[in-house]
Design a protein around this ligand. Structure first.
Ligand code: ADP
Ligand code: MG
Length: 678
């Protein structure tokens, strides 16, 4: 039977029910079969000795004393009764169920499900059955519902559907794979996800769907990646290795092992006939800029242009400066292009970009859009941007350019997310810091300790160091009770009479920002009060203190970014987080910050705290909604699925063998939808 039939084909589901199911976005038989429970209740009677404090459990015993009933408020009541469970006397509490009093006669066997309080031997009942539970099926699925639906009714409807249609469920995975991973048949998986009798059933059903979901997802990714490679009119960049080595030799320091490794990976991509599509991740301060410089240099030696895109003008300016310095002796034209460069100067730069005079163009996002025409753009690098989307690629393609692309990010992405969100990319990782760095010491201070914090800053200033002070807001706000940069700046000007205190925020003009940043760089300003505009990439190695007001306002990655502004020189550096978080998550964040300097560990914990959806911010994380799989916990399965998918799309068997028919057709269908979107 055809599972794509309207759900009203299920016996027992009429028009009315069908419409109600549509509210749950269930339209076909298949939709209903795939409407999975989001959790299960287990009513299996357990032994008291195996229960943990605060867990939900079911126990069985006999009523031992007269129940006592108390009313409070208008309709609220509390019913308490002693129940003998084995040799333990347990207190059972029922809220607002006074009507049970009569039934709880002494000697009456009861099975109670509720929250277990280990310390008081008390169970707060949610569910009670008089006598023994009726059936062996103690695990009950719980579905998310809407409108008039009750979980009970939905359970019944799904059972009907299973009865009628289970036999029509076909396998999707080839038998070979199923055997290899000891996965149950799809039919069984569907049955057991809805109606498990044992926990083993549940385990097998989940294992099956985790793999199926991740495999399908990765098939799309890997297919996409293959397409990109095939249509990528990539160019084998023919640069001279020894020229590059001499450039590397000219650097003021030797590369770290990790830098060497990723440089090799990138150069290999550039040399290959495929277009590079690579993510370079490395913690703040791990030295990504130099890797970018080497890559751009390689391109320039083949007479191609490179573009470096960054999120802020300050960062663009800074990169431009350091690149100009690095390429000083190499006869390479580096130019800056931002929206505040206007008039004749802008026209000149654009003209020189068009004619190919400019080898390396650095700027904000507008760099590859607008009126900018390159003579022969070979490489685009983006720094500190999460994604260089399909949109931008399209813009370039329209201009007839298909450059190699490198994304750099200092927000270390947990491996699971890296290979899912960036599943269509290659990933290089700098997992080593330049030698001689001292780990930043991080402290969590309450607001009441401000005096000590200021005293500490002063001590560092007296040693010739500089400090950042970050505030969540620019100005006082009626709505938000957080420190603002303008006020804090005024306070600190008074406090640090022997030092210059500067103010920086996003509402300053470009020139003003420039000037204050330059003065901080040259140590003409010792304390920089700022909003998070300095969050990304800014490099002032003499700064040794980072103070963050109302640190609970910021996410872990953002705090880590801010912290990364210090510890960039030889001096011991400090990060002081001022926060009185009210929520547990807030406290946990502060705790984590003081515990680890490792961006990868931090991002993993951030992911666990926030979940994958929030990790990249609400909008467009690019992550699919999995029903069963969970990117935090199922990362091993994700890796397996990824390898399998990559192997499949690149194998003849997958495209020809009948055992892959279902998978292949599914993929091709998906891909069609995609192509239309593009
Ligand atoms: P990020 O990865 O955060 O962009 P940067 O590229 O800004 O880091 O590098 C941080 C600092 O470390 C810079 O001052 C840079 O000159 C320095 N640096 C980079 N690589 C090395 C190295 N191999 N040895 C010593 N210092 C290095
Ligand atoms: Mg950087």
């Amino acid at each position: 039977m055809d599972l794509s039939l309207p759900v009203t084909h299920v016996k027992g589901i009429g028009e009315a029910r069908g419409e109600e199911l549509a509210d749950l976005k269930v339209y076909t038989v298949n939709d209903l079969l795939m409407y999975f429970p989001y959790r299960y209740e287990d009513f299996k009677v357990r032994d008291l000795t195996e229960l943990k404090h605060d867990e939900k459990a079911t126990i069985e015993g006999k009523v031992h004393s007269e129940p006592s009933l108390r009313y409070f408020g208008r309709k609220k009541s509390r019913l308490t009764v002693r129940v003998l469970v084995g040799k333990y006397l347990v207190t059972a509490v029922f809220f607002n169920r006074a009507f049970l009093k009569k039934q709880l006669a002494i000697g009456q066997p009861v099975t109670i499900t509720g929250k277990w309080d280990q310390n008081r031997l008390t169970i707060t009942a949610q569910h009670v059955v008089f006598g023994h539970p009726e059936s062996d099926e103690t695990i009950e699925p719980v579905y998310s519902i809407k409108g008039d639906w009750t979980v009970k009714r939905l359970r019944k409807v799904i059972r009907l559907c299973i009865q009628q249609y289970l036999d029509s469920v076909e396998d999707i995975l080839p038998e070979e794979l199923r055997k290899q991973y000891k996965l149950v048949k799809r039919r069984e998986a569907i049955q057991w996800i809805h109606t498990p009798v044992t926990h083993d059933h549940l385990k097998h059903a989940r294992r099956y769907f985790v793999y199926e979901e991740l495999l399908m997802f990765q098939l799309k990714m890997q297919w996409w990646r293959k397409q990109e490679k095939e249509k990528s009119d990539g160019i084998e960049r023919k640069f001279n290795q020894s020229e590059i080595e001499s450039f590397i030799g000219s650097l003021p320091f030797p590369l770290t092992g990790a830098q060497n490794r990723v440089v090799d990976e990138i150069l290999k991509d550039l040399r290959s006939p495929y277009r590079m599509n690579r993510l370079l991740q490395g913690d703040v301060g791990s030295g990504k800029t130099i890797v970018a410089a080497i890559s751009m240099y390689a391109l320039v030696t083949t007479n191609m242009q490179s573009a470096l895109m960054v999120p802020t003008e300050i960062l663009a300016e800074q990169h431009c400066e350091s690149m100009t310095r690095l390429f000083n002796d190499f006869n390479i034209e580096v130019e800056l292009l931002t929206s505040s460069i206007k008039g004749k100067r802008r026209k000149d730069i654009l003209e020189r970009v068009r004619s190919g005079d400019v080898d390396i163009l650095i700027g904000t996002h507008a760099l590859i859009q607008d009126e900018v025409q390159f003579s022969n753009l070979g490489l685009v690098i983006t720094d500190e941007q999460h994604r260089f989307g399909v949109e931008q690629r399209k813009v370039l393609r329209l201009k007839g350019m298909t450059p190699d692309v490198l994304f750099m990010t200092a927000t270390p992405i947990p491996r699971t997310l890296a290979i899912s969100v960036f599943g269509d990319m290659d990933v290089s990782t700098i997992d080593e810091m330049p030698a001689g760095r001292k780990p930043i010491e991080t402290y969590w201070a309450k607001h009441g300790m401000l005096d000590r914090v200021l005293g500490f800053i002063e001590k560092e200033l007296n040693r010739g160091r500089q400090a950042y002070v970050i505030c969540p807001l620019i100005e006082e706000s009626d709505k938000l009770d957080f420190q603002n940069a303008v006020d804090v700046h005024a306070q600190l000007v008074h406090y640090f009479t022997n030092f210059n205190v500067g103010l920086m925020h996003g509402r300053l003009s470009f020139d003003e920002k420039e000037e204050i940043m330059a003065r901080f760089s040259k140590n003409q300003v010792q304390v920089l009060v700022s909003t998070t505009v300095v969050e990304v990439g800014v490099n002032v190695p003499n700064a040794s203190v980072m103070v963050v007001y109302d640190a609970e306002r910021f996410g872990l990655s953002q705090l880590h970014q801010l912290r990364g502004r210090v510890g960039r020189g030889d001096a011991q550096s400090y990060c002081i987080l001022i926060a009185d978080p009210k929520s547990d998550v807030g406290k946990e964040r502060m705790q984590i910050m003081t515990e680890t300097n490792d961006g990868f560990e931090l991002s993993q914990r951030d992911l666990e705290l926030r979940g994958p959806g929030d990790f990249f911010g609400k909008k467009q994380s690019g992550l699919p909604d999995f029903k069963v799989a969970d990117l935090v916990h199922d990362y091993r399965a994700l890796e397996v699925a990824r390898n399998d998918a990559a192997k499949m799309v690149n194998s003849e068997v997958f495209w020809k063998d009948p055992q892959y028919d279902v998978l292949r057709n599914w993929l091709l269908e998906q891909v069609e939808v995609w192509e239309e979107l593009d």
